[in-house]
Every structure is written in structure tokens, then in C-alpha cells.
Design a protein around this ligand. Structure first.
Ligand SMILES: NC(=O)c1ccc[n+]([C@@H]2O[C@H](COP(=O)([O-])OP(=O)(O)OC[C@H]3O[C@@H](n4cnc5c(N)ncnc54)[C@H](OP(=O)(O)O)[C@@H]3O)[C@@H](O)[C@H]2O)c1
Length: 273
């Protein structure tokens, strides 16, 4: 009898912890850049489902309005605004608005990236490099610099950069983009030790091929998909929610001892030890 009571108490304790762990972002405020579609939207949804108030943004007003309406219909606490991460005034407005309307910032997901160039890296121009590095790397750092003081004033926080498997192994025809994604692996490692004393963890995800508009040139071509699938253990391309859940995990208490780390989300693409 006593043993049965003991094991049922243990079971309810574990179930309680599991529920808490699933809801453990209640009261947190999360900024996710480029979050009106694809991986950013999936990250916002995953954070919101775990109780965070999410701030979504992208360049186009109609996309922001659509994403806000969608997440609201899923009972997620959400605020939206326009933000092109390549513009300093937009970055500042996003952070100011978040602090004013939501009371602070606890979580920052740097997801925005562009790729204006396909081809041999030796044919890429200075203009291409400026655009790619400005949006994919500099803006990721400058946004982090803006949010960190607000995280510090709340006792800590969590930053996640969205890199790519191309950051480990440059993809054919995507040289400059791949290099920008390698830089994010370095940025993660450079920031983590410096921000640990402020109780801010800095991590990164490196997705493989995920079915979004950004990667449509890959997944709309059956020959390329077949070639990619040969490299995968899980024989399907990824969905945005495959990445969103990992991002939410990295921001949760379950990941409280993880910093400076990159998690690949690739279906087992055989690319690193
Ligand atoms: N899909 C993949 O296979 C894959 C693989 C590895 C890594 N990634 C990375 O995942 C991230 C998201 O890609 P995705 O595939 O989810 O793309 P996506 O589905 O095409 O969505 C892109 C989002 O970014 C917004 N956006 C584009 N440029 C922006 C800018 N300058 N400032 C702010 N928002 C901007 C878009 O909205 P607006 O048009 O309204 O701005 C949209 O909400 C990127 O960092 C990408 O490099 C993707």
C-alpha cells in the first residue's frame, strides 16, 4: 500500500515536472527576427506554446499582420512590428517597442538571413558580400548588443542564432552565404563566455534542408532532393517545426547548462563528429 502510494507520488511529481517543463517560458518575452514565415514563425509558435509572449517581425507589414493573426488564433500571446534587420533604426525600434509594450526581453532568436547570390564564389561582388554580411552576421551581433542590457536588468536570458549546416560545409553555389553562416558559429563561441557572467546563454542551431520558401529551389527539384536524401539518416526533408522545438528547448530551463553550443537539425546529415 505504502509502496503504491510512494510510486504514485513519484509519478505525479515527474508528470508535474514534465508539465512545468513544457510550460516553462511563462512570463518570458521573446523577440524572434524574420518570424512571419518558415523557421522564424515556427520558433515563435514553439516559444509561444510554452508560455512566452512572442514579438514577431519582418520587412512587410502584411506578413506581420498575417503572422500575428495566425498566432493569436492559436491563443499565443503575440505582438508584431515591421523590422528589416539590416536597418539600424528598425532594430532599435523593435527592441524599444518590445520593452515598452512587453516590459523587457528575456529571449532573442536571431533568424533573419538573405542570399542574393548563386554561383561560383570567385564571381561574387563586394556588393553581395556587404549585403550578406550586413544582414546575416552584423545585424545578428548588433541586435544582440541591443537586447543584452535588457536581459541583464532581468537577471539573465537566452540568445539563439540560426546558422545552417552550410556553415560547416559550404554548399555548392552558396559560398558567401555559407561563410556568413560559419561566422555565426564563431559568434556563438565568442559571445558565450563573455555573457555567461550575466547569466545569458548563447547557442546556435544549424538546420539542414528545411521545407520553406527560402529553400524552395532545392526541394522543388526532385533530382536535388534525391541527392540530399542519400546524405540523411531520416529520409525526409525537415519541416520548420523540427527546428522551432529545438530553439524553444535551448531557451528553456531544461537547457540551463548549455551555452556556446550549436545543435544541428538535419535528419542526421553526416557532417561532423
Ligand atoms: N530553409 C532551410 O533549408 C534553411 C536551412 C538552413 C538555415 N536556414 C536559415 O533559417 C533562417 C530562416 O529561413 P527560412 O527558410 O525559414 O526562410 P523563409 O521561410 O523564406 O522566411 C523568411 C522570413 O524572413 C523574413 N525576412 C527576410 N529578410 C528579412 C530581413 N532583412 N529582415 C527581417 N526579416 C526578413 C521574411 O519576411 P518578409 O519578406 O516580410 O521580410 C520571412 O518572414 C535563415 O537564417 C536561413 O539562413 C534555412
Amino acid at each position: 500500500m505504502l509502496r503504491r502510494l510512494g510510486s504514485s507520488l513519484l509519478a505525479s511529481h515527474i508528470a508535474g515536472r514534465r508539465m512545468m517543463s513544457q510550460q516553462n517560458l511563462t512570463g518570458k518575452v521573446a523577440i524572434v527576427t524574420a518570424s512571419t514565415d518558415g523557421i522564424g514563425l515556427a520558433a515563435a509558435r514553439a516559444l509561444g506554446q510554452r508560455g512566452a509572449h512572442v514579438v514577431v517581425s519582418s520587412r512587410r507589414k502584411e506578413n506581420v499582420e498575417k503572422a500575428v493573426a495566425l498566432l493569436q488564433s492559436e491563443r499565443i500571446q503575440v505582438t508584431g512590428t515591421i523590422c528589416n534587420v539590416g536597418k539600424s533604426e528598425d532594430r532599435e525600434r523593435l527592441v524599444e517597442m518590445t520593452v515598452e509594450q512587453c516590459g523587457g526581453v528575456d529571449i532573442f532568436i536571431s533568424n533573419a538571413a538573405v542570399n542574393p547570390f548563386f554561383g561560383n564564389i570567385m564571381d561574387s561582388t563586394e556588393q553581395v558580400w556587404d549585403k550578406i554580411l550586413d544582414v546575416n552576421v552584423k545585424a545578428a551581433f548588433l541586435m544582440t548588443k541591443l537586447v543584452v542590457p535588457h536581459m541583464e536588468s532581468r537577471g539573465g536570458g537566452s540568445v539563439v542564432f540560426v546558422s545552417s549546416i552550410a556553415g560547416y560545409q559550404p554548399m555548392p553555389a552558396l559560398g558567401p552565404y555559407s561563410v556568413s553562416k560559419t561566422a555565426l558559429l564563431g559568434l556563438t563561441r565568442a559571445l558565450a563566455p563573455e555573457l555567461a557572467s550575466s547569466n545569458i546563454r548563447v547557442n546556435c542551431v544549424a538546420p539542414g534542408v528545411i521545407k520553406t520558401r527560402f529553400s524552395s529551389a532545392i526541394w522543388q527539384n526532385e533530382d536535388i532532393v534525391d541527392e540530399f536524401k542519400k546524405q540523411l539518416c531520416i529520409k525526409r526533408l525537415g519541416d520548420p517545426q523540427d527546428v522551432g522545438g529545438v530553439i524553444a528547448f535551448l531557451c528553456s530551463e531544461d537547457a540551463s547548462y548549455i551555452t556556446g553550443e550549436t545543435i544541428t537539425v538535419t535528419g542526421g546529415m553526416n557532417c561532423r563528429l
